[in-house]
Design a protein around this ligand. Sequence first.
Ligand code: NAD
Length: 357
Amino acid sequence: MKKHILVIPGDGIGQEVTQWGKAALDQIAKNYNHEFTFDEALMGHAAIKVTGNPLPDETLEKARKSDAILFGAIGHAMYDNDPSLKVRPEQGLLKIRKELGLYANLRPILLFDELLEASSIKAHILKGTDILFFRELTGDVYFGEKKRSEDRNTASDLMIYHKYEVERIAHKAYQAAQQRSKRLCSVDKANVLESSRLWRETVQEIAKQYPDVETEHMFIDNAAMQLIKNPKKFDVVLTANLFGDILTDEASQIAGSMGMLASASVGDGVGFYEPIHGSAHDIAGKNLANPLASILSAALMLEISFGLPEEAKALVNAVDQALKDGYRTGDIADQNTEASKVLGTQEMGNKVLGLIK
Ligand code: NAD
């Protein structure tokens, strides 16, 4: 199979981990006789430094011409510490999601048995958890009108949803639920928010088209609690942009670390694959970042964009084997990890690469 992949490492640890997602794809191409070609482009602070624009036109053009995109992360401490800066790295990410019509963000909570002890949640509560989040990605407060009063003392962000935006992601989530355990939980705040009432009404309508799927509606505050109390309760979770953003960071603790969770953003055209974590200034440039989420994002690309489940499984198995052999990056090491098996980003990347069948 011939595919052209755009790699956008971005900022901070994005630069360190994305090379391993790319290397994993390259290794798969060799092992399975595919022809994957790669190009690279700038986004975020890395792009602002060179062009003044967090999403240069050239990046968008390359993205449109590619078969899939492997992304790292954006962000730099200078923007986090100065909210008044007008040109910001995250504008690049929000714009590319909008421009490419990437409205559905799939976040599987893939729980490796070896990491049960790495989580802050008790192992017997976690064991058997298998959740697939569908986070809406192109609406909500992220894209609604933002206002600040003249005296700068009042601010608002418009939380806005259109019916079609809820419908299209609901269909994707229901179709996934049909392939899994046929349970779907839609999370909202319909007791307080009008946009959530539209969300719930719309999901209730769509649910009628999938009578084989059991639907539950849950308020976000309850869902945040239930996710820790009894994560096995959930299978497919469908939720809006902001709630999904927060809930999936919480869910990363089920998988042991932010460095373990991959995601796929899909919609009208090309698919976009990225770890759920950010640029992690606290560990950037120190060879400490966990590269497994980037490698697992590459696996999602193989499965979803290229329809290569066997190759995707080969990557997941290689990650699993490295963990079974006792290797850990610092974020997933626990009291049982041998000191000699705590690896840096480069060493863990290499280890997994050598295990790809
Ligand atoms: P973060 O996800 O970057 O980091 C949160 C914590 O998790 C940090 O302690 C970090 O060290 C740890 N962590 C994250 N990824 C890890 C990995 N692969 N291996 C080991 N540890 C890992 O979130 P943050 O600190 O809130 O934000 C940092 C910057 O990233 C900000 O500028 C923010 O705007 C940006 N951000 C970008 C994205 C994105 O590009 N999709 C997402 C979230 C945050």
